[in-house]
Design a protein around this ligand. Structure first.
Ligand SMILES: [Zn+2]
Length: 69
């Protein structure tokens, strides 16, 4: 049973990731996305902070911010 519930948890976490909200700094060199709008990596953003989804961020070639690994 433990294996089954882990498997269900795994599937659920995949489904949830598709609509995960992430944050981007709207700067020319910005290549990172952030799970938290209060992340240290965003605190020095000089431009607007954009809210988007994880899928969109990844399709734009963004990678996870170094502070959140
Ligand atoms: Zn971050």
């Amino acid at each position: 049973m433990k294996t089954l519930s882990l498997f269900i948890f795994f599937l659920t976490s995949i489904a949830c990731k598709e609509s995960t909200t992430v944050y981007l700094c709207n700067s020319e060199g910005g290549k990172k996305y952030h799970y938290k709008s209060t992340c240290r990596g965003l605190s020095n953003c000089q431009r607007k902070i954009i809210e988007t989804t994880l899928d969109k961020a990844k399709s734009q070639g963004k990678t996870l911010c170094g502070w959140e690994k």
